[in-house]
Design a binder for this molecule. Sequence first.
Ligand SMILES: [Fe+2]
Length: 263
Amino acid sequence: MVEIILSVIALLILILLIWALAEPHMPQFTVIRMNKDRNTSLRVLFFSDIHSEYCFIKPSYITSLIRRESTSGIDAVVFGGDITGDPSKLARGTEYLQEIAGCCREHNIPFLGVTGNHDCNLTKEQEDKCGFTNIENTYVEIKGHVIAGIDDSGRLERRWHDPADLPAGKEHILIAHDPDALLHLTDPDNIDYMLSGHIHGGQIRTPFKVEFLVIRKDELPRQGIYAGVHRIGKTKVFISRGVGCVKLPLRFFARPEVSIVEF
Ligand SMILES: [Fe+2]
């Protein structure tokens, strides 16, 4: 009897492991409508956290989405940060983003982005090579919407940043790698929408949210906010599950995600 129970447990663990190994290869395309009460006036393709050390979604998946969705109109492609967690794999991350940058140029779509906590040691030259327009501490205006970015200091010497002074009377969309940044803004009410990544949807989901309560130190996931759309104060926030994996090449109930976000 004990042997049977152990065999069942071993089989179950094997199935779960196969599942977790397979999931990083299974991207999900999502369409996020930030405001359902009005017509869409801005469409952004958003992806985050490529983590080139364990990224199993090819850039061609994203470029094919850009090509397909550009027929309905894409106003910007936006990257939410975390190029690599392993400096020896930076070239792979750079090439990944360059391929997307090339596709954006082909279709005349601005490619904007910020860096993440894993990128805090990159030089400006290394960031520039990736081919996206870094909007940290600045902003761009597209079709009357202001898209601003903030820097991520990394975790070792955590500092929280505010966006640049943003023009009044327009909608402000903030790109912040770590959604916790919203909790530390001087004036969060000045931000209408925010796009973030960082949490990977938990990456490996566990019962009782152990990954958020014990492993990760982030604040919002402990409140149950780790993926999807949430209203936090006056700001509507979308948190992408990201594309790649950090630490382990595994995902469990947190499929890689690339999104069209409609405002
Ligand atoms: Fe990340």
